[in-house]
Design a protein around this ligand. Structure first.
Ligand code: NIG
Ligand code: FE
Length: 365
């Protein structure tokens, strides 16, 4: 056992002396972690965890040289539509358990593999069973039955689909990209959601440069996600805004795209989050430790910046201040590492360093 591993728990007990700053320490359990490093629970502000099937064959073909394309989403849509609620629920819960065991204590979950009123409504309903951070992503891609009729599909999204999904969702999102939705269609979708009280988030500049980042800033989105291809004007707009840029290193890893230069972004004053984007197509990892390691290695973040982005940055991307930090008044979402410092998360990639996880003061892993 490493010297910084948990002891046998014999140090656990209640403090009886007067606490600092007048705290009623009698009310708190004290656990002796033997000097281990403790970080805030990870805040994964971007996942697509309600789906059926997988796309391992697509990944394998990509590793042989085939390019990633948004159209692959439609094969997951077909599998998801064919799955029962119970199947989707069981898979969703197992992904949440997988993420929790790796230190994630707050998760956003998007719909987007249903793309009919009934299917999108059941995906947001299922997502709401596991998190308050539910995002309606009916505008993920145009489904096959609306091929060549994108505007008619947008009518559906901002009409009956939004009506059915809004009661279960906190956020609205759109994939603003060539091959998905134009900037005008995206603006219409985001404004419809905002008018119904949803917060805005945007997928943009994943496959090429575009206007999605500036649209996100313009509508006051909490976060714009991907940012693989950024223009100077995007960076300037982000730096002058409250919109967080959420980087998703698992996507560049799994699609063999260039990594964005986080150093340039931080130096320009952009607030960054790191998230997994866990989905079967572009990034099938639920590990924020992996994302941190790649961000440090390939995006030029320091380990401290990367851990901040995967905790406090994710919280900002969800407009939360009760999670992502260890402070009086914040939720007791804590991760004990089997390591002497946070640096080891990047220094020891692929090694399961999470020893224990507490969510709201309860041990959950
Ligand atoms: O965030 N970009 C769009 N959506 C997902 C990919 C989904 C898929 O390929 O199934 C993403 O990368
Ligand atoms: Fe995504």
């Amino acid at each position: 056992m490493f010297p910084w591993s948990a002891g046998d728990g014999s140090g656990a007990g209640h403090v009886s002396e007067a606490g600092e700053e007048g705290w009623d320490v009698e009310a708190y359990e004290v656990v002796d972690l033997g000097g281990a490093c403790v970080i805030p629970g990870f805040v994964d502000s971007h996942t697509h965890l309600v789906f059926a099937g997988d796309r391992a064959a697509e990944f394998e073909a990509r590793m042989r040289g085939q390019a990633y394309a948004a159209g692959g989403i439609r094969s997951t849509v077909a599998a998801t539509r064919a799955a029962s609620d119970d199947d989707l629920r069981a898979r969703l819960r197992s992904f949440v358990a997988e993420a929790t065991a790796q230190g994630t204590t707050t998760l956003e979950v998007k719909s987007g593999y249903g793309l009919t009123v009934t299917d999108e409504a059941r995906l947001v309903r299922l997502a709401a069973e596991v998190t308050d951070e539910v995002t309606f992503l009916g505008a993920h891609v145009v489904p096959a039955e609306y091929a060549g009729a994108t505007d008619a599909y947008v009518d559906l999204v901002v009409g009956p689909m939004l009506d059915a999904c809004e009661p279960h969702a906190h956020w609205i999102d759109v994939f603003c990209e060539t091959g998905a939705f134009t900037v005008e269609q995206s603006r219409r979708i985001l404004e419809a959601g905002i008018a119904r009280g949803l917060g805005a988030r945007v997928h943009a500049s994943q496959l090429g440069p575009g206007e999605g980042v500036r649209l996100a800033v313009e509508v006051g989105a909490a976060s714009v996600d991907h940012g693989t291809f950024l223009a100077d004007a995007d960076v300037e707009a982000l730096a002058a805004s409250d919109t967080v840029l959420t980087l998703l290193p698992g996507v560049e890893f799994s699609t063999r795209q260039p990594y964005p230069d986080a150093r340039r972004l931080i130096d320009a004053g952009v607030t960054l989050a790191l998230a997994s984007d866990c989905n079967p197509g572009s990034s099938f990892t639920s590990s924020l430790a992996f994302c941190i390691a790649v961000a440090v290695r390939d995006m030029r973040m320091t380990p401290a910046e990367a851990v901040w982005a995967a905790t406090a940055g994710g919280a900002r991307a969800l407009r939360r201040n009760d999670v992502g930090r260890i402070a009086p008044g914040a939720r007791a979402d804590l991760v004990q590492l089997r390591a002497p410092s946070h640096v080891h998360l990047a220094y020891r990639p692929g090694v399961p360093l999470v020893e224990a996880v507490w969510k709201d003061g309860e041990r959950v892993a």
